[in-house]
Design a protein around this ligand. Structure first.
Ligand SMILES: [Zn+2]
Length: 118
């Protein structure tokens, strides 16, 4: 079995947020359940541990959310499936276009999906 290079973070957002997300600018994140899909070819444990920390330099789009105490990481799963394929299979609705998808060539639109309302 191939070793996992893809991970999903299940997030719970306790109230609607209006974060500024780097170059994406001001975003609207509804309350509820979301799933973020990312990939790490190396050091996945360190990447995931970083996502769980509140205090860190804001480098990735998701950092602007995970620094907020109203965003709770509920679960982490790892997958051998390619990142974009996994993301698209997660379904959900795009609420922040472009988030985590700077390198995406598969037309995902966003690697953050809102699962409520689907
Ligand atoms: Zn993608």
């Amino acid at each position: 079995m191939a070793s996992p290079t893809t991970y999903c973070l299940t997030l719970f957002v306790t109230e609607p947020l209006r974060p500024r997300i780097g170059r994406l600018g001001r975003a609207r994140v509804p309350a509820g359940w979301l799933v973020y899909t990312g990939s790490a070819r190396r050091n996945m444990d360190a990447r995931i541990a970083r996502h769980m920390r509140r205090h860190k330099p804001q480098r990735w789009h998701l950092d602007y959310l995970t620094c907020d105490p109203r965003v709770i990481v509920i679960a982490v799963t790892r997958h051998a499936e390619p990142e974009c394929q996994r993301n698209q299979r997660n379904g959900g609705r795009i609420v922040v276009p472009g988030l985590g998808a700077s390198d995406c060539t598969a037309g995902c639109g966003s690697h953050l999906r809102w699962l409520d309302g689907t």
